[in-house]
Write a protein that binds this ligand. Structure first.
Ligand SMILES: Nc1ncnc2c1ncn2[C@@H]1O[C@H](COP(=O)(O)OP(=O)(O)OP(=O)(O)O)[C@@H](O)[C@H]1O
Ligand SMILES: [Mg+2]
Length: 242
């Protein structure tokens, strides 16, 4: 099976400081791939580079291939039209607009390859949003807001949905709820690249996980294998015993 997305020798510098140092990564069709790592490891830098987003003065080299075709030179809006859709860290909704307005504002491009989600489809996936259609997003709970952010991204007809810390600031119960929703989307055929701090909850839903340390991939493997990886166990799961 050829990969839906492939990242080859990705290097990102902010001025003289190296944030990513030769990262290689692959995501298959219908796979949920997670990226974990400490604060500042380069997770957001990685997903921003995949989506073609830049924060400040940044130099990016290496290749990002979608269906084997190099999209490294495409701007973010082109990549999004091709199905690489990012929900950036801490963003993704217009706070002063209602849930419904947020969802209707996004439309899939005419030639979208990814699955199309009408507003009704999205409410079907996130029933609790249906009760809040007329609510301003500023009045939603953190979990509801994240669901709106994911729902908006779905409206763009993604093939690869990239989520940068969708559960940041959420209570543990809501983290699990948001991640379960993500897993259901993957059951429906979507591919997802998920950045998450909550490694324990992530390993329960992810197919594979990459561990990023100081801008390079320190380890990767199936969720089961990574659960037993010493570095993951020590740093994220509270010791080596389970
Ligand atoms: N716009 C920027 N200009 C300069 N340095 C930056 C910029 N964005 C990120 N960095 C630096 O690059 C490194 C990687 O940052 P990045 O935001 O990718 O980390 P992260 O793994 O997403 O961290 P977190 O878990 O805190 O979100 C950090 O050292 C950070 O300070
Ligand atoms: Mg980040």
């Amino acid at each position: 099976m050829s990969a839906l997305l492939e990242v080859r020798d990705l290097r990102v510098r902010y001025g003289h400081s190296v944030a990513l140092d030769g990262v290689e990564l692959e995501i298959g069709e219908g796979e949920l791939v997670a990226v974990a790592g400490a604060n500042g490891a380069g997770k957001s830098t990685l997903v921003n580079a995949v989506a073609g987003w830049s924060r400040g003065r940044v130099s990016v080299t290496g290749q990002v291939l979608l269906d084997g075709r190099d999209i490294s030179a495409s701007p973010a809006h082109r990549r999004s039209a091709q199905g690489v859709v990012l929900v950036p860290e801490g963003k993704g909704v217009f706070e002063q607009m209602t849930v419904d307005e947020n969802l209707r504002l996004v439309r899939a491009p005419k030639d979208a390859v990814g699955k199309r989600y009408e507003v009704e489809d999205v409410y079907g996936l996130f029933p609790q949003l249906r009760d809040r259609t007329a609510a301003r997003c500023s009045t939603l709970s953190g979990g509801e807001r994240q669901m709106v952010a994911i729902a908006r991204a779905l409206r763009a007809a993604p093939r690869l949905l990239i989520l940068d810390e969708p559960s940041v600031g959420l209570a543990p119960r809501l983290v699990v709820e948001v991640l379960q929703h993500v897993r259901e989307l993957v059951h429906g055929g979507l591919s997802v690249l998920l950045v998450e701090q909550n490694v324990r909850a992530t390993l329960d839903v992810a197919d594979r996980l990459y561990l990023l340390e100081q801008g390079h991939v320190a380890g990767s493997g199936s969720a089961d294998a990574m659960r037993d990886d010493d570095r993951i166990a020590r740093a994220y799961l509270g010791g080596l015993s389970r």
